[in-house]
Design a protein around this ligand. Sequence first.
Ligand code: ZN
Length: 408
Amino acid sequence: MSSGHLLAVVLLVCGILSEAAGAQQLGALARLEHGVVRDLRFGGAEVRLKLSQGVPFRVFTLSAPNRLVIDFNEVDWQGMTGAELLTGDNVLNLRVGVYQPGWSRLVAELAGPMQVLSAGLETDESSGAVDLMVRLGRSGQDAFDATAGAPSDTRWDLPPALEVRPVKRRADVGRALVVVIDPGHGGIDPGAQAGGLTESHLMLTFARELQDTLRRAGGIDARLTRDADVFVSLEGRVALARAAGADLFVSLHADALGEGVAHGATVYTLAEDASDAASAALAERHDRDDILAGVDLTGADDRVATVLMDLARLENRPRSRALGRHLVKGIQNAVGPMHKKPWREAGFSVLKAADIPSVLIELGFMSSVRDLENLRDPLWRAGMAAGIRDGIRAWSLEDAALADLRRQ
Ligand SMILES: [Zn+2]
Protein backbone atom coordinates (compact mmCIF):
# COMPACT_ATOMS: atom_id res chain seq x y z
CA MET A 1 0.00 0.00 0.00
CA SER A 2 1.57 3.27 -1.03
CA SER A 3 1.22 6.13 1.31
CA GLY A 4 1.18 9.84 0.81
CA HIS A 5 -2.01 10.05 -1.15
CA LEU A 6 -5.60 10.12 -0.12
CA LEU A 7 -7.26 6.74 -0.04
CA ALA A 8 -10.77 7.45 -1.08
CA VAL A 9 -13.17 4.90 0.25
CA VAL A 10 -16.60 4.66 -1.28
CA LEU A 11 -19.17 4.01 1.37
CA LEU A 12 -22.11 2.12 -0.03
CA VAL A 13 -24.12 1.92 3.11
CA CYS A 14 -22.18 2.42 6.22
CA GLY A 15 -19.28 0.53 7.64
CA ILE A 16 -15.74 0.17 6.51
CA LEU A 17 -12.69 -1.30 8.09
CA SER A 18 -9.99 0.73 6.48
CA GLU A 19 -7.49 -1.41 4.61
CA ALA A 20 -4.86 1.24 5.02
CA ALA A 21 -5.33 1.30 8.75
CA GLY A 22 -5.57 -2.45 9.01
CA ALA A 23 -2.14 -2.78 7.49
CA GLN A 24 -0.65 -0.53 10.15
CA GLN A 25 0.88 -1.88 13.29
CA LEU A 26 -1.83 -2.49 15.81
CA GLY A 27 -1.55 -2.43 19.57
CA ALA A 28 -0.18 0.99 20.37
CA LEU A 29 -2.66 3.75 20.94
CA ALA A 30 -3.03 6.42 18.30
CA ARG A 31 -3.00 9.91 19.79
CA LEU A 32 -5.18 12.71 18.54
CA GLU A 33 -2.76 15.45 17.58
CA HIS A 34 -5.31 17.91 16.36
CA GLY A 35 -8.66 17.93 14.69
CA VAL A 36 -11.39 20.11 13.30
CA VAL A 37 -15.02 19.67 12.33
CA ARG A 38 -16.12 22.39 9.97
CA ASP A 39 -18.89 23.30 7.57
CA LEU A 40 -18.70 22.60 3.86
CA ARG A 41 -20.71 24.54 1.33
CA PHE A 42 -24.35 23.64 0.62
CA GLY A 43 -25.02 22.34 4.12
CA GLY A 44 -22.24 19.76 4.26
CA ALA A 45 -19.57 19.11 6.86
CA GLU A 46 -16.05 17.76 7.14
CA VAL A 47 -14.29 15.91 9.96
CA ARG A 48 -10.47 16.01 9.90
CA LEU A 49 -8.41 14.31 12.55
CA LYS A 50 -4.64 14.11 12.69
CA LEU A 51 -3.64 10.93 14.52
CA SER A 52 -0.13 9.89 15.58
CA GLN A 53 -0.56 6.60 13.68
CA GLY A 54 -3.11 4.72 11.61
CA VAL A 55 -5.90 2.80 13.33
CA PRO A 56 -8.75 0.63 12.05
CA PHE A 57 -11.87 2.73 11.87
CA ARG A 58 -15.39 2.56 10.54
CA VAL A 59 -17.98 5.16 9.64
CA PHE A 60 -21.75 4.92 9.78
CA THR A 61 -24.80 7.08 10.38
CA LEU A 62 -27.73 6.87 12.78
CA SER A 63 -31.08 8.63 12.62
CA ALA A 64 -33.41 10.23 15.21
CA PRO A 65 -31.47 12.40 15.73
CA ASN A 66 -29.30 12.35 12.62
CA ARG A 67 -25.75 11.44 13.61
CA LEU A 68 -22.41 10.49 12.11
CA VAL A 69 -20.49 7.88 14.09
CA ILE A 70 -16.81 7.03 13.67
CA ASP A 71 -15.46 4.09 15.69
CA PHE A 72 -11.74 3.55 16.22
CA ASN A 73 -9.65 0.75 17.63
CA GLU A 74 -8.41 2.90 19.38
CA VAL A 75 -7.59 6.58 19.95
CA ASP A 76 -6.27 8.48 22.96
CA TRP A 77 -8.32 11.68 22.85
CA GLN A 78 -5.87 13.53 25.10
CA GLY A 79 -8.57 14.65 27.49
CA MET A 80 -10.76 16.23 24.83
CA THR A 81 -14.54 15.92 24.94
CA GLY A 82 -15.09 16.85 21.28
CA ALA A 83 -16.64 20.28 21.77
CA GLU A 84 -13.18 21.82 21.22
CA LEU A 85 -13.04 20.51 17.65
CA LEU A 86 -16.31 22.01 16.49
CA THR A 87 -16.22 25.17 14.41
CA GLY A 88 -19.26 25.31 12.12
CA ASP A 89 -23.06 25.22 12.35
CA ASN A 90 -23.84 22.13 10.27
CA VAL A 91 -22.75 19.88 13.12
CA LEU A 92 -24.73 20.73 16.24
CA ASN A 93 -22.90 18.73 18.83
CA LEU A 94 -19.76 16.62 18.98
CA ARG A 95 -18.55 13.99 21.44
CA VAL A 96 -15.39 11.93 21.51
CA GLY A 97 -14.37 9.38 24.09
CA VAL A 98 -14.05 5.77 25.12
CA TYR A 99 -16.96 3.60 24.15
CA GLN A 100 -15.76 0.29 25.54
CA PRO A 101 -12.26 -0.69 26.60
CA GLY A 102 -10.23 -0.78 23.41
CA TRP A 103 -12.84 1.12 21.43
CA SER A 104 -13.12 4.82 20.88
CA ARG A 105 -15.94 6.72 19.30
CA LEU A 106 -16.72 10.07 17.73
CA VAL A 107 -20.39 11.07 17.46
CA ALA A 108 -21.44 14.16 15.54
CA GLU A 109 -25.03 15.30 15.74
CA LEU A 110 -25.90 16.68 12.33
CA ALA A 111 -28.04 19.73 11.65
CA GLY A 112 -29.80 17.81 8.89
CA PRO A 113 -29.65 14.56 6.93
CA MET A 114 -26.25 14.15 5.27
CA GLN A 115 -24.63 11.37 3.35
CA VAL A 116 -21.02 10.30 3.62
CA LEU A 117 -19.32 11.43 0.42
CA SER A 118 -15.86 10.11 1.21
CA ALA A 119 -13.79 8.77 4.07
CA GLY A 120 -10.10 8.02 3.99
CA LEU A 121 -6.64 8.30 5.44
CA GLU A 122 -3.60 10.20 4.25
CA THR A 123 -0.32 8.96 5.71
CA ASP A 124 2.73 11.08 6.35
CA GLU A 125 5.63 8.87 5.19
CA SER A 126 8.25 10.28 7.53
CA SER A 127 6.31 10.39 10.81
CA GLY A 128 3.72 7.67 10.24
CA ALA A 129 1.03 10.12 11.36
CA VAL A 130 -2.27 10.01 9.48
CA ASP A 131 -4.92 12.52 8.49
CA LEU A 132 -8.37 11.01 8.65
CA MET A 133 -10.94 12.86 6.62
CA VAL A 134 -14.68 12.25 6.38
CA ARG A 135 -16.77 14.45 4.10
CA LEU A 136 -20.54 14.76 4.30
CA GLY A 137 -23.00 16.30 1.86
CA ARG A 138 -26.62 17.28 2.36
CA SER A 139 -29.14 14.54 1.49
CA GLY A 140 -32.84 13.86 1.89
CA GLN A 141 -34.23 12.44 5.12
CA ASP A 142 -35.70 9.36 3.43
CA ALA A 143 -32.38 8.50 1.80
CA PHE A 144 -30.61 9.11 5.09
CA ASP A 145 -32.99 6.87 7.05
CA ALA A 146 -32.69 4.11 4.47
CA THR A 147 -28.93 3.79 4.99
CA ALA A 148 -28.70 4.63 8.69
CA GLY A 149 -27.79 1.98 11.24
CA ALA A 150 -24.79 0.33 12.83
CA PRO A 151 -23.26 -2.17 10.41
CA SER A 152 -23.14 -5.76 11.49
CA ASP A 153 -19.59 -6.95 11.19
CA THR A 154 -18.18 -9.45 13.67
CA ARG A 155 -14.79 -7.78 13.53
CA TRP A 156 -16.40 -4.90 15.42
CA ASP A 157 -18.39 -6.86 17.96
CA LEU A 158 -17.83 -5.21 21.27
CA PRO A 159 -17.23 -7.14 24.46
CA PRO A 160 -19.98 -7.19 27.09
CA ALA A 161 -19.69 -4.30 29.51
CA LEU A 162 -20.02 -6.32 32.68
CA GLU A 163 -19.47 -9.92 33.49
CA VAL A 164 -22.59 -11.21 35.11
CA ARG A 165 -22.31 -14.09 37.51
CA PRO A 166 -25.42 -16.20 37.96
CA VAL A 167 -27.11 -15.38 41.24
CA LYS A 168 -29.59 -17.24 43.37
CA ARG A 169 -33.09 -15.83 43.18
CA ARG A 170 -34.81 -13.91 45.91
CA ALA A 171 -36.65 -16.90 47.39
CA ASP A 172 -33.36 -18.34 48.65
CA VAL A 173 -33.23 -17.93 52.39
CA GLY A 174 -30.43 -15.87 53.88
CA ARG A 175 -28.80 -14.84 50.65
CA ALA A 176 -27.15 -11.46 50.28
CA LEU A 177 -29.11 -8.45 49.11
CA VAL A 178 -27.91 -7.68 45.59
CA VAL A 179 -27.45 -3.92 45.16
CA VAL A 180 -26.50 -2.70 41.71
CA ILE A 181 -24.78 0.69 41.89
CA ASP A 182 -24.87 2.69 38.70
CA PRO A 183 -22.27 5.46 38.34
CA GLY A 184 -23.88 7.84 35.84
CA HIS A 185 -22.37 8.65 32.44
CA GLY A 186 -18.86 7.47 31.43
CA GLY A 187 -16.61 7.17 28.42
CA ILE A 188 -17.87 9.21 25.52
CA ASP A 189 -20.56 10.74 27.78
CA PRO A 190 -18.75 12.70 30.53
CA GLY A 191 -21.92 14.23 32.03
CA ALA A 192 -21.66 17.56 33.82
CA GLN A 193 -18.30 19.34 34.05
CA ALA A 194 -17.07 21.90 36.55
CA GLY A 195 -13.80 22.87 38.21
CA GLY A 196 -11.79 20.59 35.94
CA LEU A 197 -13.83 17.55 37.03
CA THR A 198 -16.36 15.46 35.17
CA GLU A 199 -19.51 13.96 36.63
CA SER A 200 -18.55 10.56 35.16
CA HIS A 201 -15.24 10.46 37.10
CA LEU A 202 -16.72 11.77 40.34
CA MET A 203 -19.55 9.22 40.21
CA LEU A 204 -17.18 6.32 39.49
CA THR A 205 -15.05 7.33 42.48
CA PHE A 206 -18.08 7.55 44.74
CA ALA A 207 -19.62 4.34 43.38
CA ARG A 208 -16.46 2.39 44.28
CA GLU A 209 -16.47 3.89 47.77
CA LEU A 210 -20.15 3.07 48.19
CA GLN A 211 -19.56 -0.48 46.96
CA ASP A 212 -16.85 -0.86 49.61
CA THR A 213 -19.08 0.59 52.34
CA LEU A 214 -21.95 -1.75 51.44
CA ARG A 215 -19.71 -4.82 51.24
CA ARG A 216 -18.25 -4.08 54.67
CA ALA A 217 -21.77 -3.77 56.07
CA GLY A 218 -22.27 -7.51 55.54
CA GLY A 219 -25.20 -9.25 53.87
CA ILE A 220 -24.97 -7.04 50.80
CA ASP A 221 -23.57 -8.04 47.43
CA ALA A 222 -22.82 -4.69 45.79
CA ARG A 223 -21.98 -4.52 42.07
CA LEU A 224 -21.28 -1.73 39.62
CA THR A 225 -22.78 -1.24 36.17
CA ARG A 226 -19.39 0.12 35.12
CA ASP A 227 -16.01 -0.04 36.85
CA ALA A 228 -14.09 1.99 34.31
CA ASP A 229 -14.45 5.16 32.29
CA VAL A 230 -16.62 3.52 29.64
CA PHE A 231 -19.97 4.23 28.04
CA VAL A 232 -22.95 2.09 29.04
CA SER A 233 -26.35 2.90 27.54
CA LEU A 234 -29.28 3.63 29.85
CA GLU A 235 -31.08 0.54 28.64
CA GLY A 236 -27.87 -1.45 29.09
CA ARG A 237 -27.63 -0.35 32.73
CA VAL A 238 -31.11 -1.62 33.51
CA ALA A 239 -30.46 -4.86 31.61
CA LEU A 240 -27.25 -5.39 33.61
CA ALA A 241 -29.14 -4.90 36.88
CA ARG A 242 -31.69 -7.49 35.86
CA ALA A 243 -29.05 -9.95 34.67
CA ALA A 244 -27.27 -9.57 38.02
CA GLY A 245 -30.51 -10.45 39.85
CA ALA A 246 -30.60 -7.02 41.50
CA ASP A 247 -32.84 -6.51 44.52
CA LEU A 248 -32.44 -2.81 44.10
CA PHE A 249 -30.84 -0.36 41.74
CA VAL A 250 -29.15 2.91 42.71
CA SER A 251 -28.08 5.31 39.97
CA LEU A 252 -25.64 8.08 40.98
CA HIS A 253 -25.45 11.55 39.47
CA ALA A 254 -24.31 15.10 40.23
CA ASP A 255 -25.60 17.25 37.43
CA ALA A 256 -25.09 20.90 36.73
CA LEU A 257 -27.97 23.33 36.54
CA GLY A 258 -27.95 27.12 36.21
CA GLU A 259 -26.02 28.84 39.01
CA GLY A 260 -27.98 29.18 42.24
CA VAL A 261 -30.89 27.11 40.99
CA ALA A 262 -30.20 23.97 42.97
CA HIS A 263 -28.01 22.56 45.69
CA GLY A 264 -28.11 19.61 48.04
CA ALA A 265 -28.79 15.93 47.45
CA THR A 266 -32.04 14.71 45.93
CA VAL A 267 -33.46 11.20 45.68
CA TYR A 268 -35.57 10.49 42.62
CA THR A 269 -38.03 7.69 42.00
CA LEU A 270 -39.91 7.07 38.77
CA ALA A 271 -42.86 9.34 38.07
CA GLU A 272 -45.94 8.06 36.33
CA ASP A 273 -45.72 11.28 34.42
CA ALA A 274 -43.07 13.83 35.27
CA SER A 275 -44.95 17.11 35.65
CA ASP A 276 -42.24 18.94 37.60
CA ALA A 277 -40.45 21.04 34.97
CA ALA A 278 -36.98 20.80 36.55
CA SER A 279 -37.25 17.04 36.97
CA ALA A 280 -38.51 16.65 33.43
CA ALA A 281 -35.61 18.73 32.09
CA LEU A 282 -33.06 16.59 33.93
CA ALA A 283 -34.66 13.37 32.72
CA GLU A 284 -34.77 14.69 29.17
CA ARG A 285 -31.09 15.61 29.33
CA HIS A 286 -29.99 12.23 30.56
CA ASP A 287 -31.92 10.42 27.88
CA ARG A 288 -30.61 12.84 25.30
CA ASP A 289 -26.99 12.27 26.38
CA ASP A 290 -27.53 8.60 25.76
CA ILE A 291 -28.89 9.23 22.28
CA LEU A 292 -25.96 11.45 21.47
CA ALA A 293 -23.40 9.01 22.81
CA GLY A 294 -24.57 6.37 20.38
CA VAL A 295 -26.24 3.02 20.19
CA ASP A 296 -25.48 0.13 22.43
CA LEU A 297 -23.85 -2.49 20.25
CA THR A 298 -23.56 -5.07 23.01
CA GLY A 299 -26.87 -6.54 21.98
CA ALA A 300 -30.24 -6.27 23.58
CA ASP A 301 -31.22 -9.81 24.41
CA ASP A 302 -32.66 -8.61 27.68
CA ARG A 303 -35.02 -6.02 26.31
CA VAL A 304 -36.44 -3.61 28.82
CA ALA A 305 -39.68 -3.51 26.90
CA THR A 306 -40.46 -7.16 27.50
CA VAL A 307 -40.69 -6.70 31.24
CA LEU A 308 -42.69 -3.52 31.43
CA MET A 309 -45.64 -5.35 32.81
CA ASP A 310 -48.37 -3.59 34.72
CA LEU A 311 -48.50 -6.25 37.41
CA ALA A 312 -44.83 -5.94 38.23
CA ARG A 313 -45.07 -2.19 38.26
CA LEU A 314 -48.03 -2.19 40.63
CA GLU A 315 -45.95 -3.97 43.23
CA ASN A 316 -42.71 -2.23 42.41
CA ARG A 317 -43.87 1.37 42.62
CA PRO A 318 -44.59 1.45 46.38
CA ARG A 319 -41.35 -0.46 47.02
CA SER A 320 -39.33 2.13 45.04
CA ARG A 321 -41.05 4.96 46.90
CA ALA A 322 -40.34 3.33 50.25
CA LEU A 323 -36.69 2.97 49.23
CA GLY A 324 -36.62 6.68 48.33
CA ARG A 325 -38.12 7.59 51.72
CA HIS A 326 -35.59 5.50 53.66
CA LEU A 327 -32.67 6.86 51.65
CA VAL A 328 -33.69 10.46 52.40
CA LYS A 329 -33.81 9.63 56.11
CA GLY A 330 -30.45 7.86 56.02
CA ILE A 331 -28.76 10.68 54.09
CA GLN A 332 -30.23 13.41 56.31
CA ASN A 333 -29.00 11.64 59.42
CA ALA A 334 -25.53 11.20 57.96
CA VAL A 335 -24.75 14.48 56.19
CA GLY A 336 -27.48 16.90 57.26
CA PRO A 337 -29.71 19.07 55.07
CA MET A 338 -30.50 17.95 51.54
CA HIS A 339 -32.17 19.76 48.64
CA LYS A 340 -35.24 21.71 49.76
CA LYS A 341 -37.36 19.04 48.11
CA PRO A 342 -35.26 15.94 48.91
CA TRP A 343 -37.48 13.31 47.33
CA ARG A 344 -38.86 13.88 43.87
CA GLU A 345 -40.25 11.94 40.99
CA ALA A 346 -39.01 12.08 37.41
CA GLY A 347 -39.16 10.14 34.17
CA PHE A 348 -35.53 8.98 34.10
CA SER A 349 -35.17 6.05 31.68
CA VAL A 350 -32.73 4.37 34.00
CA LEU A 351 -35.50 3.98 36.62
CA LYS A 352 -37.86 2.15 34.29
CA ALA A 353 -37.20 -1.42 35.39
CA ALA A 354 -40.70 -2.58 36.25
CA ASP A 355 -39.52 -5.28 38.62
CA ILE A 356 -36.54 -3.78 40.49
CA PRO A 357 -36.98 -1.03 43.09
CA SER A 358 -34.93 1.79 41.58
CA VAL A 359 -33.75 5.21 42.67
CA LEU A 360 -31.57 7.90 41.18
CA ILE A 361 -29.58 9.97 43.66
CA GLU A 362 -28.34 13.38 42.66
CA LEU A 363 -25.57 13.60 45.26
CA GLY A 364 -25.37 17.32 44.68
CA PHE A 365 -25.06 19.75 41.81
CA MET A 366 -21.69 20.37 40.23
CA SER A 367 -22.96 23.86 39.42
CA SER A 368 -23.09 24.65 43.15
CA VAL A 369 -19.75 25.67 44.72
CA ARG A 370 -20.67 24.12 48.05
CA ASP A 371 -21.87 20.86 46.52
CA LEU A 372 -18.75 20.57 44.37
CA GLU A 373 -16.59 21.04 47.48
CA ASN A 374 -18.53 18.27 49.22
CA LEU A 375 -18.18 15.94 46.24
CA ARG A 376 -14.41 16.41 46.27
CA ASP A 377 -14.17 15.81 50.02
CA PRO A 378 -13.48 12.14 50.92
CA LEU A 379 -14.92 12.66 54.41
CA TRP A 380 -18.19 14.04 53.11
CA ARG A 381 -18.38 11.19 50.61
CA ALA A 382 -17.81 8.65 53.38
CA GLY A 383 -20.73 10.20 55.30
CA MET A 384 -22.94 10.10 52.23
CA ALA A 385 -22.04 6.44 51.58
CA ALA A 386 -22.88 5.59 55.20
CA GLY A 387 -26.22 7.39 54.88
CA ILE A 388 -27.10 5.43 51.75
CA ARG A 389 -26.06 2.20 53.47
CA ASP A 390 -28.31 2.97 56.46
CA GLY A 391 -31.23 3.80 54.18
CA ILE A 392 -30.81 0.57 52.23
CA ARG A 393 -30.64 -1.51 55.43
CA ALA A 394 -33.76 0.11 56.89
CA TRP A 395 -35.63 -0.38 53.63
CA SER A 396 -34.50 -3.98 53.33
CA LEU A 397 -35.81 -4.87 56.81
CA GLU A 398 -39.15 -3.21 56.17
CA ASP A 399 -39.45 -4.70 52.69
CA ALA A 400 -38.74 -8.23 53.97
CA ALA A 401 -41.40 -7.84 56.66
CA LEU A 402 -43.92 -6.60 54.07
CA ALA A 403 -43.01 -9.47 51.76
CA ASP A 404 -43.85 -11.93 54.57
CA LEU A 405 -47.23 -10.22 54.94
CA ARG A 406 -47.84 -10.33 51.19
CA ARG A 407 -47.22 -14.07 51.17
CA GLN A 408 -49.83 -14.74 53.89
ZN1 ZN B 1 -25.96 12.93 35.38
